[in-house]
Unconditional design. Structure first.
Length: 189
């Protein structure tokens, strides 16, 4: 047990450290670049995300930006994710700019293997596909359509996420949210 004098020194140091930490967190939150936007939001749980996303991609006129942790279309039974891939390819054929960034953790990673397979198929269709730095993990699941519609949520583009997992994604209609999200997507290197 600490003596009275030792306890007071320890307490003073602890209070000093906590004060510095509190000041840092307050300062960093005041300096954070947080932008708020007006928006219309729809919550899309589980499989309801698929139809909405495919519809919006199919109706894109200008651009689709996507950052996705896992996009798996290589197995024969993956018709749901194939619908997303085909909507992207058709949009690209119609002159829509498509930019996809996916995770790349290394050669032995199952996510990287799935992403590389899907990425090659998209590249063959003239779609720009990039991968993040292997030193970091891209875990985002977001898509922006025509600088106005943004999907952000927990769904990977896999059969498990769409059919078996409990997932939720929001569809946000807001030019401001879209632009902020595109800035994030295009910053991933």
């Amino acid at each position: 047990m600490r003596s009275g004098r030792g306890y007071r020194k320890f307490s003073a140091k602890l209070i000093g450290i906590l004060t510095v930490l509190a000041a840092f967190f307050i300062y960093s939150n005041l300096k954070a670049d947080i932008r708020e936007h007006e928006a219309t939001v729809a919550v899309l749980p589980d499989k309801s995300m698929l139809q909405s996303l495919v519809h919006d991609i199919a109706n894109a006129k200008e651009s689709v930006y996507m950052a996705i942790y896992m996009f798996k279309t290589s197995d024969r039974n993956y018709t749901d994710t194939e619908m997303i891939k085909q909507a992207l390819i058709k949009a690209a054929q119609n002159g829509v700019k498509i930019y996809v960034v996916m995770d790349d953790a290394g050669k032995s990673d199952i996510t990287t293997a799935a992403n590389k397979d899907t990425g090659e198929e998209l590249k063959k269709a003239g779609i720009k596909v990039v991968y993040d730095d292997k030193k970091v993990r891209l875990h985002a699941k977001t898509t922006v359509i025509d600088h106005n519609i943004t999907y952000i949520g927990s769904h990977n583009y896999t059969v498990s996420a769409i059919n078996y997992n409990r997932e939720v994604t929001v569809r946000i209609v807001s030019g401001g949210v879209a632009e902020d999200t595109i800035s994030f997507i295009t910053s991933v290197k």
